[in-house]
Design a protein around this ligand. Structure first.
Ligand SMILES: Nc1ncnc2c1ncn2[C@@H]1O[C@H](COP(=O)(O)OP(=O)(O)OP(=O)(O)O)[C@@H](O)[C@H]1O
Ligand SMILES: [Mg+2]
Length: 344
């Protein structure tokens, strides 16, 4: 703890606030979808919006207040990115014992049985990662369950407004999700939300108004701005000034990226570092070949065995989904399609 930071928890990303200012409409849209009679079929939903707009927490808080007769499974698909891993998580949420060695079809059968006897909500957060890695078999299976009126599939994405573009037509047509968009907060809302969290975390009078205004006007991603504020608070001696906030902007952003990468492998981190270092070499964007060379170099210097360029190309796509790198695709060149990557 420092003089300024009295309690880091309210500035941490997994901290759940008592209320979600500015998300009343989205929360009530979610609730209305489940407000029908007990016999009404449960709808499927697709929740989308930029990073740090409250999707994960608002969806979870609405669904944890559902009536007891509805069971709920939450699966972060960046971590559980195959049908098998996700099915296992869903079974676990229904407190069915699943040791290793169960076959996919067996897990599917268990879930089918569960849905037969109980209304069920399955939340698939960061759905893009699973689709990228394993296709849409899981969604197809869930959408085609015999008692599909009894199950609601809720997908969440920071990248894809319309699921239709990512999944097969037969899956989409049986899923037919209702879309719920989370718009970025405006400057005023960001300021209020951050001020509220700061009040709980910081010593009184330790935060200058201009410092908070600067953060709120620089990014609408609350994950990034909360991390930024926490970082500044850790650095400050007595007061968080605008000057300090500007000074730590780049390091605080790196801290935010590190938190995102925490759930991934060390090779993801090395790839990110490779993009970071190569893009520092004068050009804005670099070809993937060059990134791969840099990555190999980093592996050698840390005595790790490099993964194939195929795998690394997938990792770059995952970094893209996280929003920490951007890629542009060009046609032409030796390999047909080439990719240029830069920092997000
Ligand atoms: N209206 C709000 N009031 C207070 N805190 C909020 C509000 N909306 C979001 N937050 C906070 O912002 C952080 C990010 O929220 P959350 O993880 O739900 O966003 P997200 O849209 O899922 O982000 P990502 O796309 O990166 O997963 C959390 O710490 C959350 O508590
Ligand atoms: Mg989220």
């Amino acid at each position: 703890m420092t003089n300024v930071l009295e309690d880091p928890a309210p500035l941490q990303l997994n901290y759940v606030p008592d209320e979600f200012q500015g998300r009343e409409n989205e929360a009530s849209e979610l609730k209305t979808a489940f407000a029908g009679s007990e016999e009404a079929p449960l709808p499927n939903l697709h929740v989308h919006g930029p990073r740090g707009t409250g999707k994960t927490q608002v969806v979870n808080s609405v669904f944890s207040n559902l009536p007891k007769r509805v069971s709920k499974a939450y699966v972060p698909c960046d971590k559980y990115d195959t049908q098998y891993k996700a099915l296992k998580q869903i079974c676990k949420a229904f407190s069915q014992d699943v040791d290793d060695g169960h076959h996919t079809s067996e897990l599917q059968r268990k879930i089918g049985e569960q849905v037969e006897v109980m209304k069920t909500v399955v939340i698939l957060d960061e759905i893009d990662f699973l689709l990228l890695n394993d296709g849409d078999d899981l969604l197809y299976f869930l959408s085609r369950l015999e008692n599909s009126d009894n199950i609601s599939v809720v997908t969440i994405s920071s990248n894809t407004k319309n699921l239709e573009s990512l999944i097969e037509e037969r899956t989409y047509s049986s899923l037919q999700p209702r879309r719920i968009g989370f718009e970025p907060y405006n400057g005023e809302e960001l300021y209020q939300i951050l001020a509220e969290r700061a009040k709980k975390a910081l010593a009184s009078k330790s935060l200058q108004r201009e410092a908070l205004t600067y953060i709120a006007s620089s990014t609408s991603n609350l994950g990034r701005s909360l991390t930024w504020l926490r970082y500044a608070a850790k650095t400050a001696e007595t007061t968080i000034t605008e000057e300090l906030v500007r000074e730590v902007e780049a390091s605080a952003y790196q801290e935010y990226v590190n938190q995102l990468l925490d759930d991934f492998t060390e090779h993801h981190y090395l790839v990110y570092e490779a993009v970071y270092e190569t893009s520092g070499e004068g050009e804005d964007s670099v070809r993937t070949g060059k990134i791969y060379e840099k990555y190999q170099e980093l592996c050698r210097s840390t005595e790790k065995e490099a993964l194939s360029d195929r795998r690394i190309s997938d990792y770059i796509k995952q970094l893209e989904l996280l929003g920490v790198v951007q890629a542009d695709y060009y046609y032409g060149g030796k390999k047909g399609k080439t990719r240029e990557v830069n920092l997000g």
